[in-house]
Design a protein. Structure first.
Length: 811
């Protein structure tokens, strides 16, 4: 699937978009691109034949390659940058990559945010809106919108996807309207630009974000299985290669260079389909890591060898089902034939040749791929000979990983991926249509507003009421901006300084009188200058004073003019609530530093405007920031991540109105993706068991009502035992395989922390929460059995019962 990305990389927050007219043009071409992808998938063979006919020139290097036998239907990567055949390959590759690449397949070396990760990185877990329709010509279409305030302007972050194409970019709100704009009007505008014939309708089921994430993750992986053949001088057939029972010292050295020799029995990382319980696929293999990616090699000489098996199916079963393969050619006068192994899956071979007799430390690399496979890097034109060492390892791992990614762009795989993606999107749309009305979100989204503000009015309010609310919110905004401006210019107004956080510390300034007016705890500490023993447990002073450092310490109320006001249940203040803040640079409201700056000096003397200083290590900086923001301005943001901590802080510092609004906001902040965040956050506050229990109880009720089929294993594995049990006990519709994997991963992480046996912890949870009879035989054999956590006898009983239910009464 093709991707058009007009945003910066997530880490640097640079250019937000091309010119806004450019992105509108890309939106306008979305449907055309989808149709072109479909056409090219059907006409690919004709295009390829035409390219071959036009490229009649021959290259001396790759036409008579010393180590690869040229075959019709394959192209050999040339080391000559000016090779005429490579120009033809690159032309075809450009057509393949740019016309129908998978959702996010970039062909780069895993350094860029892939389009499969766009939704997860920019939308998932944040407040956003999804819309869907079925277009008669291009099938299911899903539009995702999120409002962000960046570079002093309002933007809409937009993602549009079909089964074959995805675009992602930023559009200034001002390009649509300078007045409040309803979601319906924005969606109608975008629909008309794209040229959709069907009406985009809002997706209101709570499980939609998790399902969209699952669609993205289907073909995105960090684990690869790669074949590894040992070929000696004169070996040219499949039988000869697979008959090698032993290998040389040179191949041993190559295996040690490529990765780690691992014992398969009990191996806990990616196994690549190899047996890790009973040595059925050999005792050892080679495993490698490249960044966050893992590679398990299927080494031909380490796979089981059976003399009676003339076809060597035990070896071919694994290597023949790989997509990329490394060939270690220990020969000087033998050419590798890419067709020697009959397989529908093998699409690219990376041949590493070494002549032990002349130079055992010199490796010459060649690459041959099926003609459907586009070019992929690193390029042999840059370097094709290596000395033994880490450079070769890094190069080869990058090459084979990129090789498999490139193979998935080949039409044979791309058509399959597109059909699968189309079916997943259709399933989502059907589940939306069939979902009961009472399970859908009932509230209409608030209008988009200029300067990041949202009107909190709903359709039931009169126009005059809307205007009244708008004036209230705008006056609150102005008060905050005025107060921020005053304190930014005259930092001596602040008379108390807080150093907040355990590891990474942040500094905040405050005004005692204002804080004391809203909190009895702060009044006792800051104004009366005497704290009770209970207060001293809550706040610990370091007993020193430090002068103001206005250049380096930014007051906590120095907030952006972008606010998302919301009416609170209390008339005393307006408390702004939303699920997550924009990551834009203007949203930064604090100065953070690890090493506190030295005290200011003027003409060699310390300044006299001393501030009382306190250390706060019980709460995270963003939680304390929200608390200070409310105390000084009467307004703060509540996100799913900080809500638990803010609720604890409100109880600690006796601020009942904040506590009440936090309690009222829990249900608003919950959805199918954010409950993990809230559980992880509340797990930190063990000193507040009542708050922990209340939030877990509310999440438990939410989980019984939401339909989630897949667990986010990376998120759930970080939960405490109590929160983990809440998730497993309440999510009744999660499939058993997902629960099993989550239990295994959680037990791995927490067994060491709790000083318990990983197996014992996992077995207890599996017996309590996993129903093995609801798993397929394939899942039982491929997921459960290799783990060794369920006795084989029990698995046999379960599978026998599934085959013949009448046995259940006797088993």
């Amino acid at each position: 699937m093709e991707n058009k990305n007009f945003t910066c990389d997530k880490q640097n927050g640079g250019n937000l978009a091309s010119e806004n007219s450019d992105f509108l043009a890309i939106l306008g071409g979305f449907k055309r691109e989808c149709l072109q992808v479909n056409d090219f998938l059907e006409e690919e063979r004709e295009f390829r034949d035409k390219e071959e006919t036009q490229s009649g020139e021959k290259c001396k290097i790759c036409s008579s390659h010393p180590f690869i036998l040229a075959k019709a239907g394959y192209w050999i990567e040339c080391t000559d940058k000016n090779c005429p055949k490579m120009k033809s390959v690159l032309h075809l590759s450009d057509k393949l990559v740019n016309s129908f690449r998978d959702l996010g397949s970039s062909g780069k070396i895993c350094t860029k945010v892939l389009p499969e990760e766009i939704y997860e990185n920019y939308f998932y877990g944040s407040k956003h809106w999804n819309y869907s329709c079925r277009d008669e010509k291009i099938g299911p279409v899903i539009l995702t919108i999120k409002q962000e305030f960046r570079q002093s302007k309002d933007f809409l972050r937009i993602m549009v996807r079909s089964s074959s194409h995805v675009i992602h970019g930023m559009l200034p709100v001002s390009s649509i309207s300078t007045s409040p704009y309803s979601h319906e009007e924005v969606v109608q505008f975008l629909s008309s630009v794209i040229g959709l014939e069907a009406q985009l309708k809002p997706i209101k089921i709570s499980a939609a974000p998790a399902e969209l994430l699952r669609i993205d993750k289907v073909f995105l992986k960090d684990e690869y299985k790669v074949g590894l053949l040992y070929v000696k001088e004169g070996q040219t057939t499949e039988e000869q290669i697979f008959n090698n029972q032993e290998h040389s010292q040179a191949f041993d050295d190559f295996l040690d260079l490529l990765g780690e020799r691992v014992r398969l029995k009990g191996f806990s990382e990616y196994r690549g389909g190899l047996d890790i319980s009973n040595d059925l696929t050999g005792t050892h293999s080679v495993h490698a890591k490249n960044g966050n990616k893992q590679v398990m090699f299927h080494v031909s000489t380490l796979l089981p060898f059976e003399k009676k098996d003339t076809q060597k199916l035990q070896r071919k079963r694994h290597i023949g089902n790989d997509i990329a393969c490394v060939v270690f050619l220990e020969a000087a006068h033998t050419q590798f034939d890419p067709e020697c192994i009959k397989s529908n899956f093998l699409h690219t071979f990376v041949v590493v040749q070494v002549d032990v007799s002349t130079n055992p430390n010199k490796y010459t690399v060649s690459v041959v791929s099926r003609k459907q496979v586009p070019f992929y890097g690193p390029s042999l034109a840059e370097k094709s000979t290596f000395k033994k060492g880490p450079e070769l390892k890094k190069w080869l791992l990058n090459k084979v990983i990129n090789g498999e990614v490139a193979c998935h762009k080949a039409p044979n795989f791309a058509k399959l991926h597109q059909r699968t993606r189309n079916q997943l999107m259709e399933d989502l749309l059907e589940s939306i249509e069939k979902s009961p009305v009472d399970t859908r979100e009932k509230r209409d989204p608030f209008p988009f507003r200029d300067h990041g503000r949202r009107s909190q009015s709903s359709s039931r309010f009169s126009v005059s009421c809307q205007e009244s609310l708008q004036e209230t919110f705008e006056s609150t905004d102005q008060m905050v901006k005025d107060f921020s401006s005053l304190l930014g210019e005259k930092s001596q107004v602040a008379d108390v300084r807080f150093i907040v956080g355990k590891s990474e510390k942040k500094a905040f300034l405050g005004v005692k009188a204002i804080m004391a007016a809203r909190s009895s705890v702060f009044r006792k500490l800051l104004v009366e200058d005497q704290a009770s023993d209970d207060c001293q447990k809550k706040i610990s002073s370091n007993g020193t004073t430090s002068p103001t450092s206005p250049r380096n310490v930014v007051s906590s109320w120095n907030i952006t003019s972008s606010k998302l006001p919301g009416s609170s249940r209390s008339k005393k203040f307006n408390l702004n609530k939303h699920r997550s803040s924009s990551t834009g640079e203007d949203d930064v409201v604090l100065a953070a530093f690890s090493d506190l700056e030295p005290r200011n000096q003027k003409n060699g003397k310390q300044e006299n405007n001393a501030q009382q200083e306190y250390i706060i290590d019980e709460f995270e900086p963003d939680v304390f920031e929200a608390l200070l923001r409310y105390l000084h301005t009467g307004s703060c943001h509540i996100t799913s991540r900080i809500l638990p901590g803010l609720l604890c802080a409100a109880q600690c510092y006796e601020i009942p109105e904040v506590k009440q609004v936090c309690v009222d906001s829990i249900e608003e902040c919950l959805d199918a993706s954010m409950f993990y965040t809230m559980l992880q956050s509340i797990d930190q506050y063990t000193s507040y068991p009542e708050v922990q229990q209340m939030i877990r109880d509310k999440i438990a009720v939410f989980l019984t009502e939401v339909e989630i089929k897949e667990l986010d294993i990376s998120a759930v594995s970080l939960l405490s035992d109590k929160s983990f049990n809440v998730v497993l006990s309440k999510l009744n519709k999660v499939n058993e395989v997902s629960k099993f994997k989550a239990i295994v991963e959680w037990s791995k992480i927490w067994s060491s922390k709790m000083d318990n046996s990983m197996d014992e912890m996992a077995k207890q949870l599996i017996s309590q929460f996993v129903n093995l009879s609801n798993m397929t035989p394939t899942d039982l054999l491929e997921v459960v059995q290799p783990s060794g956590l369920v006795p084989n006898e029990k698995l046999m009983v379960v599978m026998a019962t599934k085959a013949d239910p009448s046995l259940s009464s006797t088993c």
